[in-house]
Each structure stands twice: as C-alpha cells, then as structure tokens.
Design a protein around this ligand. Structure first.
Ligand code: SF4
Length: 236
C-alpha cells in the first residue's frame, strides 16, 4: 500500500456553498464559537484508528450505529494483519466475522466490507478511489461515510452529520434542519471557511463529551456564553 500522501489528489480549497445568510451579530457569534474550538483544540482528529485510506474506509463503515471505542477494539487486531483489500479477500468473510462480531450489525457489515474489497481489486487496482462519486458507489458507503473519509484525508472539506453533530448544531441554533443533509448544508454555509475541515471533529467531540444528549455539561462548556440553549439546561 502506498503512503496516504502518495494517494491523495491535491486538496481542494474550501468553497462555501450558497445557503443560509447570517446577520452580522450571528456571523460574529458563529465566528467566536469556532475561534474558541480552534484555540482549545487546534488539530482535532477522528477517534477511529486507521493506517491508510483502506483501513479508514473500513473503520468508518464498521462504525455505523457503533461506538468508536468498540470499532477500535475490534479493528486493532484486524488491521495488524489486514490493511489492504487484497488481504481482506484472503481473510474471507468468516475470518472477518471472527474479528468484528462484537460490533453491531456485523453480518451485514462483513458482507459490505467483502463486496467493497472485491470492487476495489477489480475496478481500482486495490486502491481506494478518493472522490465522492466513486466512494458512494461502494457497498455500505453512504454520503456520511464518504464525507468522513474525504474530510479526514484532507481531500474535500465536509461536515458529516451524525447524531452528535445534529444535536449540537440545533442547540447552538446553527441549523433548524430536520434531516442530516439539511443540517450539513446549513453548517457548510455558515462555518467560517478556514474551519470547515475541522468543524466536523469539533462538533462531534463537543457532542460526545460536553453537549451530551441527556444532561449537557453546560457548566464546563467553553461556548456556554454563546449558546442560546444554555438556559434550558441550567439547574437540571
Ligand atoms: S451551553 Fe450547554 S447546551 Fe449549549 S453547547 Fe454548551 S453544553 Fe451544549
């Protein structure tokens, strides 16, 4: 497997899609939110462990409706011996299941991982195609997985919206979108361009550890004074 740098197309400059327009006051508030995240965690990273684009796409596909911790636990031993589609095919579906059976929906995920490995070998010379259109044709790879892969490899800024990002975006009134796609569209339009690549990680980590679903930890939140929802949770 070639190193990641050798596989990457040239990173595209961040482009803002047309969309929601903010008042000057709101624009300042959004800027301050992301300035604070940047000042606190300048280089946020995914919590999924991976070695190359192939193991990244595999880990992300396995992480649907599962925790990153559970995926890392299973993928550590797996990626120690399997880090290419060729090796995955050699391992076989039954062998893969032995590694990932602690992860939810493992049978369906195993079938998708094996089908993806076959396609990568037959159509892409064993490499992961690093563009959205091709990625989204792979079994089990939807828009969210493709966004995570393209963003993490610094190929295309994207804000994959999972349950954490969705919740935080609503509490911060960054979006009123009813679907992940609508929230993604709003975020891509209002997040300051220099922060687009990192916004996904900041929002997901904030939702995972601070702005948690049931009792958000507003008392330790670094953006509490910028959050319109804080009053809802004070004294809970
Ligand atoms: S103040 Fe509370 S509700 Fe608002 S972002 Fe922070 S943790 Fe979430």
């Amino acid at each position: 497997m070639k190193p990641i740098a050798a596989l990457k197309p040239k990173s595209k400059p961040a482009r803002k899609p047309p969309g929601r327009r903010l008042s000057p006051v709101e624009k300042t508030r959004v800027q301050q939110i992301f300035d604070r995240f940047a000042a606190t965690t300048a280089h946020p990273k995914t919590e999924l462990n991976y070695k190359n684009p192939y193991t990244l796409i595999t880990a992300v596909a396995l992480s649907a409706q599962a925790t990153d911790v559970s995926v890392n636990k299973a993928c550590g031993p797996l990626f120690a011996v399997v880090d290419t589609p060729q090796k995955m095919l050699a391992l076989g579906e039954d062998g893969l299941i032995q590694h990932i059976k602690s992860i939810g929906l493992y049978r369906t995920k195993a079938k998708n991982v094996m089908a993806t490995a076959r396609i990568l070998m037959q159509q892409y010379g064993g490499q992961v195609p690093l563009n959205r259109e091709a990625l989204q044709t792979l079994p089990g790879v939807g828009r969210k997985t493709a966004s995570v892969v393209l963003n993490d490899l610094d190929i295309e800024p994207a804000i994959a919206v999972d349950t954490h990002v969705f919740r935080v975006a609503h509490r911060l009134k960054l979006s009123k979108g009813k679907t992940p796609d609508q929230v993604e569209h709003d975020l891509m339009a209002i997040v300051p361009a220099p922060y687009l690549t990192r916004a996904h990680h900041w929002l997901i980590l904030h939702g995972r550890y601070v702005c948690v679903a049931r009792r958000p930890k507003c008392e330790i939140c670094l953006i509490a004074d910028l959050c319109p929802s804080r009053e809802l949770f004070v004294g809970q």
